[in-house]
Write a protein that binds this ligand. Structure first.
Ligand SMILES: Nc1nc2c(ncn2[C@@H]2O[C@H](COP(=O)(O)OP(=O)(O)O)[C@@H](O)[C@H]2O)c(=O)[nH]1
Ligand SMILES: [Mg+2]
Length: 386
């Protein structure tokens, strides 16, 4: 995940900070130049005045005695001029010292940022970040760094930290599913019911097996309802998973009512003091009216505690549209993004939560049962490599 974005983001930050440093140095050089010019000008004037004065005095003092004294004085004055030439070097030093503090600080102007901001937005869009989120990132970053006095040696890390803060703000903190399941069971002795939905082939069935296995390691028992009674071989597929991970699967025949499979699984859980029921469903599009009605019936009968949308990390904006349409039909509580292991871009995971206001619960990271991770904001941010 973020394979492509990671390198490009790094380059972008480096480019912006380098540019800011160059601009700041140029500005300081210009100031030093101006200041030196000023000093030279006023010194020239001083010398001219002295000369005039000397000439005046020369005229006044005509006799030899006076001349002698005049010579002595001139000698003295020569020394003073020499001394002043020395102090010019010191003055130069002083100016640099005066700006020294500024040299170590950098400011990014709005104009400067806008050029790079546009580039950043393109970069994010190319990597599947939703437009709304890409715009927000650029807008917020601008607010955080433009016209701020940043330490030159820390500018790159300052930009990176600002970036991370923005992402932290965008991502939704997911609920702790294991804790919710335990809490419900302890307080009511009732199983926690999770319904999974999504389009075909996104990884619903595999995800259910992975979650059952994951919960088992947290001392939470599960039963699976083989609610996809539609697709050929789907019941065998889920039964095989159940056998492999040692989890009971409740199944009816193909073509039977998935709501009643779910209902039976809940009854089984109640009778056997099982903590959690995971209900699989057949993949469907929101345009398939009869299948959406079937989904509504499952919800009505099984009253799930969580309705989880399963989508692919690689689909970009399509995944967002899918969440929205399922949310409209049955109301979604959380998202599982599968195939994060083959997602080079990562933008879907970055933006789906913000745009749909639903938390990502898990990331699927491979085909094996242990390839699932409860969504962790900090771990996710780490993956960006900033
Ligand atoms: N690489 C990868 N493949 C996955 C992941 N989750 C599921 N798959 C694969 O996606 C395909 C479809 O999965 P399946 O669970 O049958 O999808 P369903 O139609 O939504 O139930 C299978 O070949 C799975 O092994 C994942 O996280 N990473
Ligand atoms: Mg399936």
């Amino acid at each position: 995940m973020f394979n492509k974005l990671k390198e490009k983001l790094k380059n972008w930050t480096q480019k912006l900070s380098q540019k800011a440093e160059e601009e700041a140095e140029e500005e300081i050089k210009e100031k030093v130049r101006e200041e030196l010019e000023e000093t030279k000008k006023s010194e020239k004037e001083l010398k001219r005045e002295e000369k005039e004065e000397k000439e005046q005095k020369k005229k006044e003092k005509k006799d030899a005695k006076e001349k002698k004294r005049q010579e002595k004085r001139e000698e003295k004055e020569k020394k003073i001029v020499l001394k002043e030439e020395e102090t010019e070097e010191e003055k130069k030093k002083g100016i640099f010292q005066k700006f020294g503090e500024k040299i170590s600080k950098v400011k990014i102007s709005e104009k400067e940022f806008d050029v790079y901001g546009e580039e950043l937005e393109m970069l994010l869009l190319e990597n599947n970040v939703a437009l709304e989120v890409a715009e927000k990132i650029v807008r917020d970053l601008k607010k955080k760094i433009v016209n701020e006095e940043l330490l030159k040696k820390e500018i790159e890390s300052e930009i990176n930290e600002s970036f991370k803060d923005i992402i932290r703000d965008i991502l939704i903190e997911p609920p702790n599913l294991a804790v919710e399941i335990k809490d419900k069971f302890l307080s009511s002795n009732e199983p926690y019911v999770i319904l999974f939905c999504g389009i075909n082939g996104t990884g619903k069935t595999t995800t259910i097996a992975k979650i059952a296995e994951n919960l088992k390691h947290r001392e939470i028992s599960c039963v699976i309802a083989a609610g996809d009674t539609f697709r050929a071989a789907s019941i065998e597929q889920i039964k095989t998973h159940g056998e492999r991970i040692g989890v009971k699967v409740i199944a009816h025949d193909y073509g039977s009512d998935p709501a009643s499979v779910g209902f039976d699984a809940i009854q089984y859980a109640k009778k056997n003091k099982i903590n959690c029921v995971l209900i699989d469903t057949a993949g469907r599009m929101h345009t398939q009216k009869n299948l959406i009605r079937e989904m509504e019936k499952i919800v009505k009968v099984c009253k799930p505690d969580k309705k989880v949308f399963v989508g692919e990390s690689i689909t970009g904006n399509d995944a967002i549209e899918q969440v929205r349409s399922f949310d409209e039909a049955i109301g979604i509580d959380g998202i599982v993004l599968t195939k994060a292991d083959i997602d080079e871009k990562g933008g879907t995971a970055l933006s789906v939560g913000y745009v749909t206001k639903k938390p990502i619960l898990y990331l699927g990271t491979g085909q094996e049962y242990n390839k699932i991770e409860p969504f962790d904001k900090e771990k996710f941010i780490e993956r960006l490599g900033l």
